[in-house]
Design a protein. Sequence first.
Length: 415
Amino acid sequence: MTELHIGGVAASQLVAQYGSPLYVYDQQQLETNLQAYKQAFQSDRFPTKILYASKAFQTVGMMNLVNQYGFGVDVVSAGELYTALQSDVPVDHIYFHGNNKSTEELKMAFESGMQHIVCDNLMELTELSQLANDYKQPMQIMFRLNVGIEAHTHEYIVTTHIDSKFGMAYDSSDFKACLELLNDNDYLELEGFHVHIGSQIFEMDAWYAAIDKMVSYLNDFDQPLTLNLGGGFGVRYTEDDKPLGIEETMNQLLRYLDQSLTAADLTVKELIIEPGRSLVAEAGYTLYEIGYQKQTPNKTYYFVDGGMADNIRPSLYQAKYSCDVANKMDAEKTEHVTVAGKYCESGDVLIQDVALPKVEKGDLLVVYATGAYGYSMSSNYNRSLTPAVVFAKDGQTTEIVKRQTYLDLLRNDLK
Ligand SMILES: *Cc1c(COP(=O)(O)O)cnc(C)c1O
């Protein structure tokens, strides 16, 4: 029987060494994606910068890898900031997002020497202004703007009333007050504007609509500002997903922005994007051991030794994945089954209605493209142990995160 290899290492060997379930990344694929972004996202008109959106998959090892390619990172919490600070990423390459940063988080930003904050709202800027005065420390401020565009996989909508919890409308009184407050502060400096229109986006038209809005705002300022277009670039989870690919997406984005700036006779100080999912999703695999099988009147279940604790996305928003039996890659797919997890929720189903070969207890299931929002959204539900994370390349493995132990579960329990 043909067996799946990831980064040149057999699935059975990975599970034997690191346990099951197991998150495995094809390190070469990660590096290829990083290189593709780095190469394609360049302009001869203005400097460009890529920030990896940490929330998709963050560990110290991952931070160090993106840093090797010259990427910065964005963080959305004290925990993500702390992790980034423990890595090789220079502090001035870290950008802080979030609609409700706590005072403690903002203080941590000043005390760590951060230089970039993406401000969401007027109350936040008021607090930032106070803290900058207290610390007597400069801070560059990007404003998150709500351009009234919501992008989903195959469509985007222009919303008429803009009630998202993120950002401010450019023509709102809050945003005007922010600009005045910032002007009056000796330490805060206007860096530019940020927009993030959605996730798993395949339609370039959604980006173009957002770019048009952002460029129209730049017109009101004498000095060139930085534009940050956020993340949300789509990936392939199943054969129904047809992303354009990193290079083509970046080429089209840059071409459109170029035209838009030329038409408006403007330039930008710097152009930033923040890919998360598209850097890591397809490089990630989850391996499970198959346990029991069960027939119900209308279904055949294959049960695996993980589920919603290591991948909440199918239960949370009906995310679709594809899979194979990793130690029977060339076996005929004669069975139509539902792959369900082991946790105490009826909704703990990983994949509905998939064709797979006949299996035995102990066979290995691989779920593809689990590299984004899998480990980062994992939980200890049912007191399950969070799996190890392993990078595999050229037949070698590097353990990036150790598998949890029962002792880890009790670490904070008091008697
Ligand atoms: C989530 C997020 C990203 C990354 O989104 P992906 O869909 O993973 O590319 C980037 N920027 C901001 C502000 C985000 O909230």
